[in-house]
Design a protein around this ligand. Structure first.
Ligand code: SAH
Ligand code: MG
Length: 207
């Protein structure tokens, strides 16, 4: 698919990313040199951000790992704000976004660019030695999970590489704290500088 078709398709995928933020995600990735590069997103859900990033990866010759255990975060479970009963697997009553994610990547014809990693984020990180040219953190937003993702994955980003964080809200009335806190920690560490922002998306570059 051409770039414009892919971006229009991404907009139709189930998820929690407004189009302007998806386009900013895509643009930041596209501006980044990517030949033979390894990119990774924490938090795949139904594949929406994977299409925005994957469209850039395909053009740049990078591979995007799209990581998720596919059973949803706390806020996706029954009784919570972001619950979608159509994503429950009748076999065991658990949320399962993997079939939808697979369909998304297949429909986008990105199966040779976007590779699923299925399992718990920090366990995978502890067995993953590949340096990352691009990291997108959009997994669990609880304090423990968000900090664990930050500590596990941010050290793998190479100098000059990008670390993007989603759902960063400076005002607590707009959303939860942990993504904002890890964003502040990344800046305070002196290892990252901010290169762009759009809505709740922050784009940082490693020094
Ligand atoms: N980036 C996606 C949205 C991700 S939603 C998009 O924009 O389309 C957050 C995802 O993080 C959920 O699918 C949930 O299953 C996953 N997640 C939460 N905690 C996780 C963990 N510890 N390991 C792996 N995946 C996790
Ligand atoms: Mg998000």
């Amino acid at each position: 698919m051409r770039r414009e078709e892919l971006l229009d398709f991404a907009d139709t995928v189930k998820g929690f990313m407004p189009r302007d933020e998806g386009l900013a995600l895509h643009r930041a990735a596209l501006e980044h040199e990517g030949t033979n590069a390894t990119w990774l997103e924490v938090g795949a859900w139904c594949g929406k951000s994977a299409v925005y990033l994957g469209a850039a990866a395909q053009e740049r010759g990078a591979v995007l790992y799209s990581l998720d255990h596919h059973h949803g975060s706390e806020e996706n479970q029954a009784g919570w704000e972001h619950f979608d009963p159509t994503l429950v697997d009748p076999y065991d009553g658990r949320l399962n976004t993997l079939p939808t994610w697979q369909r998304t990547i297949a429909d986008a014809q990105l199966e040779a660019t976007v590779i699923g990693l299925i399992g718990p984020s920090t366990l995978i990180a502890s067995h993953f030695d590949q340096p990352l040219e691009l990291l997108f953190i959009d997994g669990g937003h609880g304090a423990q999970v968000a900090w664990a993702d930050y500590h596990a994955w941010s050290p793998k980003v190479v100098a000059g590489g990008l670390m993007m964080i989603h759902d960063v809200f400076a005002d607590p009335r707009d959303g939860g704290r942990p993504p904002y806190e890890i964003y502040l920690a990344a800046l305070a560490s002196g290892d990252f500088v901010e290169s762009a922002q759009q809505g709740s998306l922050r784009v940082l570059t490693r020094n």
